[in-house]
Design a protein around this ligand. Structure first.
Ligand code: PRX
Length: 652
């Protein structure tokens, strides 16, 4: 077995796993035989108040309608349905707070009460069908309740990661014209209580015409929190005044469920729109089959934050639609020390664990001895998401955490796809470390060249042919648009292969020797830092927002730990050039944290006298990436002034 040739390795499921798996090879055949009938069958695992008769209407492409004449209530499907089926006593959430000992288990019956109360509270406060609600919260059960309550009354939630700055929150509230914000007084971060609500105050105070009528505040840390009379309300006080009875209304399948802002190639994040029936269908289907969920016995844990799409689909909607029992953990992996994740796995006897390659690489640095101090024998399936997983990390994951037994599913998808698209089926697929393998049953993807011709599976491993990853058929959980900007939706995703009518994902990929897909990462100006998606333009615009910066160029450079790292090159204005470079770099990193989030702080900022540009004035990021990664420069023939690099290298 060679380290350099993961294509030659193959990890089949054990015969026992295969024999008991939810998904067998027959699923591919079923989908192949009649794709729409297949999706109809998946959709019918849900409860429809009005059954659908039409599966897909693609006549308005690229705007799809799935199960268009059906009606359902998403929250009813995620909560009430399980209580009515007699599973009210099943734990829905084992919540584990960051401070050790701060834990709470919530059954489906209790979750139903909470969601009903919150739905009544929203209704009383004038929030209803089609309204937008911003949710800016840590990983606490109330965040899940808030999302489900919005779904229940037909309001769209827009969850904003609680690590985002006030400025980023403001931009998202403004764009969505949110009527309400739900937040908490503070959050625990690495052992300390930090305020959160003041970020909301700051976001709202900077708004000219503020759409927000109320701010609901959950008490999490008890820290002193200023409240604005007439606008701000304590969550617990409101929840105490309302009934736990609430009759859910059924909404059209295409009624929007949520907005989720994500970075694209411009400086302005876009609000990806997801709708109800199709999204819930594919979320539940993938969660059931890719994770082989046995709702009666499994304890599932997805370590993502609800601020990202993984938290939406694989903490809230997929698992709850399937009646799963899951762990919801508030903190970071190293709080209070490196043992925490392994202790949590042991404490709840977690059977299915879904995390990001960056977390796995962190564990690798801590060393296997630490992991082996813990009993992880409950684990029976491991998953990975967010960026390409390097074969070494994949093997370590399976070997050290999975005891060479568990299937490892590398799942490829995006905020826009809503749910997993390319992934092994754990009871069927012989996995190769680092490959997401094949499109799931019901999903169609291709790797094509510039002209849209499908690439041939590489005849030999390490084959050169790399191309664009496209999705050539609509899928139920596909995004339905960019909030308030249909043109941007078409331009961003559907223009590259407009003639063929394909969705271009922004990723490069190649086929392996058995026709499996190897996703290589973004080929646009989007960076992937520890699985967080950040656009170069967004960081550049934060940098030039600083009074001392004349120009900025940002690139993502390969980083062994975070996948990619942000490297910035800035030209200072004359008056700022007098300042010490060290002070300036410090200020600029703080500026990026203030404008976007600490997660977007560049690893390196180089003050340079010039930037490499083409004759038409376009910054040549490709060459800057060569510099950042210490490589020989690629083709410089279109560069206006080839000497610019001597100056950049001298400054670096
Ligand atoms: O580049 C791909 C990478 O993450 C991008 C999507 O980011 P986001 O919308 O934030 O969603 C992340 C969680 C679904 C993709 O365009 N990506 C995600 N999963 C994988 C991946 N790249 C390779 N392999 C994966 N399994």
């Amino acid at each position: 077995m060679s380290d350099e040739q993961p294509e030659l390795e193959s990890y089949p499921p054990s015969p026992e796993f295969a024999a008991n798996a939810n998904a067998t090879a027959a699923l591919y055949d079923e989908a192949e035989a009649d794709r729409l009938a297949f999706w109809a069958a998946q959709a019918n695992r849900l409860h429809w108040a009005t059954p659908f008769t039409e599966v897909l209407d693609w006549s308005g492409a690229p705007f799809a309608k799935w199960f268009g004449d059906g009606k359902l209530n998403v929250a009813y499907n995620c909560v009430d349905r399980h209580v009515e089926a007699g599973n009210g006593d099943r734990v829905a959430l084992h919540w584990e707070g960051e401070p050790v000992g701060d834990a709470r288990s919530i059954t489906y019956a209790e979750l139903k009460d909470e969601v009903c109360r919150a739905a009544n509270a929203l209704t009383d406060l004038g929030v209803g069908k089609g309204d937008r609600v911003a949710i800016y919260m840590p990983m606490i059960p109330e965040a899940v309740v808030a999302m489900l309550a919005c779904a229940r009354v037909g309001a769209l939630h827009s969850v904003v990661f609680a690590g985002y700055s006030a400025a980023a929150l403001r931009a998202r509230i403004e764009d969505a014209e949110a009527k309400m914000v739900i937040t908490s007084d503070g959050q625990y971060r690495r052992g300390a209580a930090a305020p959160l609500k003041p970020g909301v105050d700051e976001a709202l105070s900077g708004m000219g015409d503020c759409p927000v009528r109320n701010v609901l505040v959950v008490r999490r840390t008890g820290i002193d929190t200023p409240m604005t009379e007439g606008r701000d309300l304590w969550w617990d006080e409101v929840m105490n005044t309302v009934s736990n009875e609430h009759t859910p209304e059924a909404f059209e399948s295409e009624h929007p469920l949520f907005l989720l802002y994500t970075s694209g190639t411009t400086g302005k994040p876009k609000g990806v729109v997801h709708t109800s029936g199709g999204y819930l269908t594919q979320s539940a289907y993938t969660h059931f089959n890719v994770f082989d969920l046995k709702p009666e016995t499994d304890v599932y844990w997805c370590t993502a934050d609800i601020g990202w799409v993984t938290g939406h689909t694989y903490i809230v909607y997929g698992p709850l639609a399937n009646g799963a029992t899951q762990v919801l953990y508030e903190g970071t992996p190293a709080s209070p020390d490196e043992h925490r994740h392994f202790q949590v796995i042991d404490k709840y006897k977690v059977t299915i664990y879904y995390t990001a390659p960056t977390v796995i690489r962190t564990f690798m640095r801590w060393g296997r001895e630490l992991v082996r101090e813990h009993d992880l024998s409950s684990l029976r399936l491991l998953g990975s998401v967010g960026e390409p997983i390097n074969p070494e990390a994949w093997r370590w994951y399976r070997h050290v955490m999975g005891k060479d037994q568990t299937p490892v599913v590398d799942t490829w998808w995006q905020t826009e796809t809503g749910a997993i698209m390319i992934s092994p089926l754990p009871g069927v697929t012989d996995c190769k470390p680092g490959s997401a393998m094949r499109p799931l049953p019901g999903i169609s993807a291709k790797i094509v060249d510039d002209d849209g011709n499908e690439l041939q599976p590489a005849p030999e491993f390490g084959g050169e042919a790399t191309g664009y990853l496209v999705l050539d058929k609509p899928w139920p959980s596909m995004l339905r648009g960019v909030w308030g900007d249909p043109e941007r939706f078409k331009e961003t995703y559907w223009s590259r292969f407009a003639e063929q009518g394909w969705y271009f994902a922004g990723d490069g990929a190649r086929y392996g020797s058995d026709g499996e897909v190897w996703v290589l990462g973004r080929i646009d100006d989007v960076m992937n830092v520890s699985g967080h998606r950040i656009s170069t333009a967004e960081v550049e615009s934060a940098l030039v927002g600083h009074a001392g910066v004349a120009e900025a160029a940002v690139v993502g450079a390969t980083d062994a730990h975070t996948g990619q790292a942000i490297c910035a090159f800035v030209i200072l204005k004359e008056h700022a050039a007098a300042q010490s470079t060290e002070d300036m770099v410090h200020e600029l990193r703080a500026e990026v944290a203030r404008e976007i989030s600490p997660i977007a702080k560049p690893r390196e900022i180089h003050v340079v006298p010039e930037l490499p540009k083409t004759r038409s004035g376009k910054i040549m990021r490709r060459l800057l990436r060569d510099v950042a990664e210490g490589r020989e420069l690629g083709d410089t023939s279109t560069l206006l002034d080839p000497k610019v690099f001597e100056a950049i290298r001298a400054a670096k």
